[in-house]
Design a protein around this ligand. Structure first.
Ligand code: IFM
Length: 393
């Protein structure tokens, strides 16, 4: 029998994006040279049209990022035009009664910051804080939630350990330094933002993965999962536990781990990027995050699915598990799907398609995928129709 799975009152239903991935025309950040996004989705010009899409699909919330390299293109020199642009955009969202979540660092940094060593520089928390204070003062009252840093445990390993993303630093020491500076930066910005407005809500967007032992009962594989979970999911959050008004969870996939830390392929279906689809993982991660005792928002969840064959069931199954986590005590207050429109997927370029709306890059037109209307119904109703029988855990 189909059943209606209701979500709590005032639940936020939205989508997430980031500046470099959709705006276009960002030529002064550390990604611009090696991984140019060009005009991206031309969102900088077309933001009103894109916000119409939010309303067409009954979304009451939206997550975006403010591009540091636009606002502070040179050290300590702020660009009035960029500041005004983001103000117009935030005011537009406010007029539409859409709750706004703003990310301050979503993988990109200004060239001047990178030239100083980026997050390796012991003054990086100071530089980041100056930017954070500036925008928080400019947009006080226009932003409902601030996210300091997006996915520190995706960003720092790629940019400071493996050296495959800007600023292409390699090695364990640089990785540890970058993480440490991001922890300090978060704490410092948390305090500064509260000094500006004590009602302000500040959190982090943390990518967590659900680790399962490759051999179900194997004690060594379980040991590996325990450590992977601690180091990847918990370590950073534990360090900033006292400086969190909420936690943002970005959940994409689960990993099967074989001792010591080998990643193995499972039998579940995968997205266009080969990421294992494992909806139940979100349930466990949400209950784990509940331990921090602050509200939880799912700040990203989605998949690359060019033909839109899996997106509807992906949303349905993940949301069923979110619903069950809420029933079992997780204080989840909102869900932001990644993403509103197709966008620039970092080192992978424009090929992966994450959008509820397809972007035709030749003329920048947007086209609703059928999953957009499915998501729209959920946003409108605040419930999900679930035909799948509850599986025992
Ligand atoms: O596109 C990214 C986003 O920038 C950060 N989280 C994961 C998404 C999909 O890879």
């Amino acid at each position: 029998m189909p059943e209606k799975l209701f979500f709590p009152q005032n639940f936020l239903w939205g989508t997430s994006t980031s500046a470099y991935q959709i705006e276009g025309g960002i030529d002064n950040c550390d990604w611009s040279e090696k991984f140019p996004a060009g005009e991206a989705c031309d969102h900088y010009q077309r933001y009103k049209q894109d916000f119409n899409l939010l309303q067409e699909t009954n979304q009451n919330a939206y997550r975006l990022s403010i591009e540091w390299s636009r606002v502070e293109p040179e050290e300590n020199e702020f660009n009035v035009e960029a500041i005004n642009h983001y103000r117009d955009l935030l005011q537009d969202l406010k007029k539409r009664k859409i709750k706004v979540m703003v990310t301050l660092h979503h993988f990109t940094s200004p060239v001047w910051f990178s030239d100083k060593g980026g997050w390796l520089n012991s003054k990086s928390p100071f530089y980041f804080n100056r930017f954070a204070e500036k925008v928080a003062k400019e947009y006080d009252g226009l932003v409902d939630f601030w996210i300091t840093i997006n996915e520190p445990l995706i960003y720092t390993p790629n940019s400071y350990l493996r050296g495959i993303w800007p600023p292409f630093k390699k090695g364990l020491i640089s990785f540890v330094k970058a993480i440490r500076n991001q922890i300090i930066a978060h704490k410092r910005a948390f305090k500064s933002l509260h000094d500006i407005n004590k009602e302000i809500k500040v959190g982090i967007a943390k990518n967590n993965q659900f680790f399962r032992p490759y051999r179900d009962k194997n004690i060594f594989d379980k040991w590996s999962c325990f450590w992977a979970d601690y180091l990847y999911n918990e370590y950073f959050l534990d360090r900033i536990e006292k400086e969190l008004d909420f936690i943002g969870l970005n959940y994409y996939f689960s990993r099967l781990i074989k001792f010591p830390f080998k990643i193995r392929k499972g039998k579940s279906s995968t997205s266009d990027l080969g990421w294992e689809i494992y909806p139940e993982g979100i349930y466990h991660l949400l209950l784990q995050l509940e331990g921090y005792g602050v509200p939880i928002y799912i700040t990203e969840n989605g998949l690359a699915d060019k033909d839109d064959t899996e997106r509807e069931s992906f949303i349905k199954e993940h949301l069923s598990w979110v619903n069950r986590a809420i029933e079992d005590g997780a204080g989840v207050k909102g869900y932001f799907h990644w993403s509103l429109i197709d966008n620039f997927e970092w080192a992978l370029g424009f090929e992966p398609r994450f959008g509820l709306y397809k972007v035709n890059y030749d003329d920048f037109s947007r086209e609703a995928r059928s999953s957009a209307s499915y998501y729209s119904e959920i946003c409108k109703n605040n419930y999900l129709i679930n035909k799948v029988k509850k599986t025992p855990l």
